[in-house]
Design a protein. Structure first.
Length: 152
């Protein structure tokens, strides 16, 4: 009556532990890919584009009276985060987006009254109509509509 022949117990425990660690690393990597792909990460410096705190609703696109908008849906809706020589950085629910503003871009309010680029300032809510560049990261604005802020 002896012990059954086979690998030593220490080898089996080591192999099992190695397998568990490998599975946990694979699960963590997969979760990171899914979270990164779906944009569930907190924003960049100063929480520019950050997600709202748990229990708080994210800002919704403006629902005030919109009378004279260009046809179709806006390419972006959000708040002006910064105005630079490169263009406008718009804070959206998906994070910050760069909008290129050419000299021929039209600026108006939600009633159709013509405005100028100088009327745009940080914190103003805008709906931007235009076309994305080939890489999809930069939007070339055709019309920028200043809209009322969303209701809480």
């Amino acid at each position: 009556m002896g012990r059954a022949k086979g690998p030593p117990v220490k080898v089996l425990i080591g192999a099992g532990a190695t397998l568990l660690v490998a599975l946990m690393l694979l699960a963590a990597f997969s979760l990171g890919v899914v979270v990164g792909h779906r944009g569930l990460l907190v924003g960049t410096v100063d929480n520019f584009g950050a997600r709202p705190a748990p229990g708080r609703q994210p800002p919704q696109p403006p629902t005030g009276p919109v009378e004279d908008l260009p046809p179709g849906r806006p390419a972006l809706v959000g708040r002006v985060g910064a105005i630079t020589n490169e263009g406008l950085f718009i804070q959206t629910q998906q994070g910050p987006r760069l909008v290129q503003v050419d000299d021929d871009a039209k600026v108006q309010d939600h009633r159709g009254q013509e405005l100028s680029l100088k009327d745009l300032r940080q914190g103003v809510y805008v709906a931007i109509f235009g076309e994305f560049t080939g890489d999809g990261r930069r939007l070339v604005a055709e019309t920028i509509v200043v809209v009322p802020p969303p209701q809480p």
